[in-house]
Design a protein around this ligand. Structure first.
Ligand SMILES: Cc1cc2nc3c(=O)[nH]c(=O)nc-3n(C[C@H](O)[C@H](O)[C@H](O)COP(=O)(O)OP(=O)(O)OC[C@H]3O[C@@H](n4cnc5c(N)ncnc54)[C@H](O)[C@@H]3O)c2cc1C
Length: 261
């Protein structure tokens, strides 16, 4: 690990000010990704600003239109909250292991945008809105590429608002080692129609227009049969080849629709 200045922020404004004053600063949430990156000397920030003392980034609040979850809320807190819809609770419960769920955060997960992360599928599948210290960003515009998001340098995620859906469920085929998604599919009957989001399959989570068209015409697991999943975009690695991942997209979509009812 290279040396850096460690700073604790007391508010969102304080964190932004500390980042702004740093030569090359970054924020830390639960450290589940950032700490290994620092330990392996893959990053060399001048300053690391800790978000864990910021009350504005914590808490879960449910309203008539949906639920808002603070960026520093852990996966374990989401999994255990009765204010959170069942599909989202189950997704959080399926992340990693208890240690990861007790430290890992919603904000850290989506800022990192790992291609196999679970939350990006839920944000896209429910049509969520990300609130930062600068603006609101629709989930459809947020995940831009491999470990890339629409966040500007120094922009900090404050919370995510998930609108209510009539039906929703997530199904994933987990890596046996990490439980990251080999492929995960989130399906929803959302306010703006049927949404399907796929994670683990390509460079980052994405909507599945072919699946959305099929399920808009007929909301049933059988409707997914015969939907063409483009193999050329699929990841291929030691865990699974592209054709296998394309097959998993269909299987996970069917399971998710069956679970959503
Ligand atoms: C063994 C293991 C297994 C895992 N399994 C899964 C799994 O099955 N499914 C899954 O989805 N994930 C999995 N994860 C990822 C984990 O759930 C965390 O969400 C992820 O590692 C991010 O960790 P963190 O929240 O502690 O953020 P950190 O590591 O602290 O930060 C990650 C990145 O996000 C940035 N960041 C953090 N918070 C904010 C914010 N509020 N605004 C802007 N930028 C921010 C940081 O600067 C950093 O670049 C696993 C991780 C491990 C180590």
């Amino acid at each position: 690990m290279y040396n850096f200045n460690f700073q604790s922020a007391s508010s969102l404004d304080d964190a932004a000010a500390k980042l702004g004053a740093a030569e090359d600063g970054t924020v830390i949430a639960g450290g589940q990704t950032l700490l290994p990156v620092l330990k392996q000397r893959l990053a060399n920030p001048s300053d690391v600003v800790d978000l864990s003392g910021i009350a504005e980034l914590k808490g879960i609040s449910a309203g008539a239109d949906g639920v808002t979850i603070g960026a520093m809320v852990t996966h374990a807190e989401v999994a255990g909250s009765s204010d959170v819809p069942a599909a989202l609770r189950a997704l959080a419960e399926g992340i990693g292991d208890p240690q990861v769920r007790n430290r890992g955060t919603l904000g850290g997960s989506i800022a990192n945008n790992d291609p196999a992360a679970d939350y990006p599928a839920a944000l896209l599948g429910l049509g969520a809105t990300i609130t930062t210290n600068q603006r609101e960003i629709a989930a459809d515009d947020f995940f831009t590429g491999l470990f890339e998001t629409a966040l500007n340098d120094g922009e900090i995620i404050k919370s995510v608002t998930f609108p209510n859906a009539t039906k929703a469920a997530y199904a994933k085929f987990p890596s046996p080692a990490s439980r990251y998604a080999m492929v995960g599919v989130f399906v929803a009957q959302a306010a703006d129609g049927v949404r399907v989001a796929v994670t683990g399959a390509t460079e980052c989570a994405h909507r599945g227009p072919n699946l959305e068209a099929a399920l808009s015409a007929n909301w049933s697991p059988d409707a997914v049969d015969g939907v063409t999943i483009p193999v050329d975009r699929m990841n291929s690695d030691i865990h699974a080849g592209a054709e296998y991942r394309a097959h998993l997209v269909v299987v996970m979509a069917k399971r998710a629709v069956a679970a959503a009812g």
